[in-house]
Design a protein around this ligand. Sequence first.
Ligand code: URA
Length: 514
Amino acid sequence: MRRVWLDGKGDFDEWRMAARGLLINGVPPDAVEWRLRDEEGADLFAVGEAETSVPEQAVAPLPSLTVPRAFMTLAEAVICHSDPARLSLLYRTLHRLQGEPDLLAIRSDADVAALNALEKSVRRDCHKMTAFVRFKEVDAAIGATRRRFVAWFEPDHHIVARTAPFFQRRFTDMDWVIATPKGAAAWDGKVLHVSTVPAENPMLTDATDELWRTYFANIFNPARLKVKAMQAEMPKKYWKNLPEAGLIPAMIAGAEASVVAMAERAAQDAPLFHSRLQAAAKIAEDIDRPPPGTLEEVREEARHCTWCALHCRATQTVFGEGPSTADIMIVGEQPGDQEDLAGRPFVGPAGRMFDAIAREVGFNREEAYVTNAVKHFKYEPRGKRRIHQKPNKSEVQMCKWWLRLELDLVKPKLVVALGATALSALTDDRQHLADLRGQTIKLAPDRSLLVTVHPSYLLRIPEEGRKQEEMARFRQDMARVALFAQAAILGKELGRQRARESEGSRSDDIQPVG
Ligand code: URA
């Protein structure tokens, strides 16, 4: 019987050299006893015996060695297993391969099946190590620029050297040590050091423990809890070194109640990016289609608009109204509660305030085309009330399509922006309302924009003195609108008169014949 002494701590070359010597010398598997140096009861003096235990003389030399690549790959993993029997199993398989080169393909073979099972166990252990190592930051050395981390992990097998390159690639910009009872790995930015000397648990904690707990609590979905599957993924033996594992028992115990609570909670809107993505897809679909040609067609299309999430909660699209050739277009923000129900713009409190001031300055709203930057009511339900919410940039952006069509078809000479949302929908540059308020800007050669505040802003001012001041300024702005309207009426009247006159002079030119 040949006795071979090895360290057996996952060093494939150590086993390979010994196995090669045995095989070249034709030593049959049952004539070899594989022993580990730190086995209980191992003879300290046996270390010297290891060298001599590899046969020097051929027993029945083999003509040449057959070692398929697949065996080497398998053996490199299996050698990391902690089962001492792996050494003889590997040698027996290697020996058999000399006469049965296709042996590894026979998965039902007892030796092949045993090797595959050991390989699987090592693979799983490596995977768990990559998933469950938790680094803790320790003080950096004085003058050092790199942060330093230490982790403690308890693998089942001798996998530190096999798994260390993963950590080197993943955490290359920090110094780290992974200590385990089966050795340690350390990375200093230049060299990866691996040792098989058992390390001690440094028993560290740091702020990342709390981070792990927060992360875990947030990804935990009680409705999808399957305790067995969870424990297969995160076996209990690892829990003691995972800061987040302390939460698991309470989470499992409370899962049922959490699911009931989740089901009772009102449905919430999908995250914003959902509606943006859907809208972008919808717009991409619609972009090639020619826009509708008349205001009535546009209104009809807008009734079915689903480009952003606002249509889901609103009662209906509130499209603009007024003369289709109005010289003035009034643009608000979005319909409010009453407008949403009535399907008409500016019929609620803000509309009434607007109408009252317009009347005071002699402007008749019926002469203008009145619309909004956003055509659906955005709100937050609170009990029986629907609380107005400001439309966000992407909702305003989506709705610009409709506003642009209204502008193109109505062709107003003066557009009045009521508030910041209307201003941002009508001008592409990001200008502040306060800087432009009361000013007129050229939108096109024959179109001006008058910028003023939104009437609901006036309604919200709590202090009476300031409210009156702001109302007076709004009145001034509206007085300019009224003046423009009167001038437009006058201009049209004059135009008609001139037309009549030129009609008359042309008939005067016609002299009766004879
Ligand atoms: N506020 C607006 O901006 N538009 C309306 O139609 C009503 C209130």
